[in-house]
Design a protein around this ligand. Structure first.
Ligand SMILES: [Zn+2]
Length: 250
């Protein structure tokens, strides 16, 4: 767990990172059409004290993820490139097992964090509400079967996607691994790369002692740095480009 500004080496993470390397490298966004996907950077996952799925105290990796997501959203729109933001939103009374109630419509938890609220009115921004983990699935209109994210990629003839947001090993990962299959199946003919930015992603922390104190099952244990790494590794092994920097060259 990361606390404050002093980060001590984590032997568990060191062993896992050696066994499951992710080999991140800088990713260059050139002139070819590239879209930024911002996954669930909403109060309910990012803002301290904002509901059951929010951090309970300041969390440096989550704060950094918010900062980097906002910075990249600004850089992409300034370059004339589109940004798509997923918003995790649930109708009150309709649960999303196995998670506790979170991001219910009208609670404020489902709203973009302050740093990204400008996307609500920006002409290059598209917002897609979703009520499940996987943003590709959540983009399917339940009635018309129309898929908003598929249309967005094809409408802009995107050749690359850069993905940021939360949680690395949950909503980010499920979307990215699905989009890799979507690309390989030929549903997005222009799309070549899917890059995931390490510092632009984060996940939550639920240490073993907290899970035990709350009477949760052992599978609820979720050490932040290890699960972040495993999410990155899983996306890397499926063919995503894992980027430790996003270079916005002309
Ligand atoms: Zn949800």
């Amino acid at each position: 767990m990361l606390i404050g500004t002093v980060v001590s080496p984590d032997p568990t993470l060191a062993v896992i990172a050696a066994a499951l390397p992710i080999d991140p490298r800088p990713y260059t966004v050139g002139s070819r059409p590239t879209g930024l996907i911002v996954v669930d950077v909403v109060n309910g996952f990012c803002t301290v004290g904002y509901g059951s799925a929010a951090p309970t105290e300041p969390n440096p990796p989550i704060a950094k993820m918010v900062e980097e997501s906002a910075r990249l959203a600004k850089a992409f729109t300034q370059k004339g490139f589109p940004v798509l933001a997923f918003l995790d939103i649930h109708e009150p009374g309709k649960p999303e097992p196995p998670y506790p109630v979170h991001c219910e419509r009208g609670s404020g938890e489902e709203e973009l964090v302050d740093e990204l609220k400008w996307l609500l009115t920006h002409p290059l921004a598209t917002l897609i509400e979703k009520d499940c983990i996987n943003g590709f699935i959540g983009s399917i209109d339940i009635h018309t079967k129309h898929n908003g994210v598929l249309e967005w990629v094809n409408q802009h003839n995107l050749e690359a996607l850069v993905v940021v947001g939360i949680c690395t090993d949950i909503c980010v990962m499920d979307f990215v691994v699905t989009m890799l299959s979507v690309r390989n199946h030929g549903l997005v003919p222009s799309l070549k790369d899917i890059a995931v930015y390490t510092e632009g992603c984060s996940t939550y922390d639920l240490p073993a002692e907290v899970a035990a104190a709350q009477g949760l099952p052992k599978t609820a244990i979720h050490p932040q740095n290890v699960t972040h790494h495993i999410g990155l590794y899983t996306m890397a092994e499926r063919g995503a480009f894992i980027a430790d920097a996003i270079l916005m060259h002309q």
